[in-house]
Write a protein that binds this ligand. Structure first.
Ligand SMILES: [Zn+2]
Length: 138
């Protein structure tokens, strides 16, 4: 865990971190949709839009870009979760065709909407930990 120093020199007390956290902790914080640096501030200001800077520690986050990695990871995870269940269900002929046409697309949409922000958070956490500049910064 990173050491924290609390700067009380101004009215807006800001938590400053003297050391970076480890990779596992940074990714864990990001998966919980929190700033990978402090774990307190929000990572996203909208569904998939990262905060420009962390509201708690001031860490710049807006320049981090995951590009196609988050959708790729989401497809990988949703496919591995849903396809075996669908195949088993269809092979055993448990559901009528009309139910299958309703349930599987709805399950896919729900899983994607839950996993995509966390997949992006994992990628952003790894990029942040590696101190990669991101494509928005020179
Ligand atoms: Zn923070």
């Amino acid at each position: 865990m990173a050491e924290q120093e609390i700067d009380d020199s101004n009215e807006n007390s800001v938590i400053r971190h003297s050391g970076r956290t480890d990779r596992k902790n940074a990714i864990f914080r990001a998966v919980n949709l929190r700033c990978p640096n402090c774990g307190s501030g929000k990572l996203f200001r909208a569904y998939l839009k990262p905060m420009d800077i962390c509201s708690v520690c001031g860490e710049p986050l807006g320049h981090l870009r995951s590009d196609d990695a988050a959708p790729w990871l989401t497809i990988l995870l949703v496919g591995h979760i849903l396809v075996p269940i669908m195949v088993a269900s269809e092979a055993s002929d448990i559901l009528p065709m009309a139910m299958s046409l309703l349930i599987w697309p709805a399950a896919a949409i729900i899983l994607v909407s839950l996993i995509l922000p966390r997949a992006k958070a994992i990628i952003l956490g790894m990029i942040w930990f590696e101190n990669a500049p991101g494509s928005e910064r020179q």
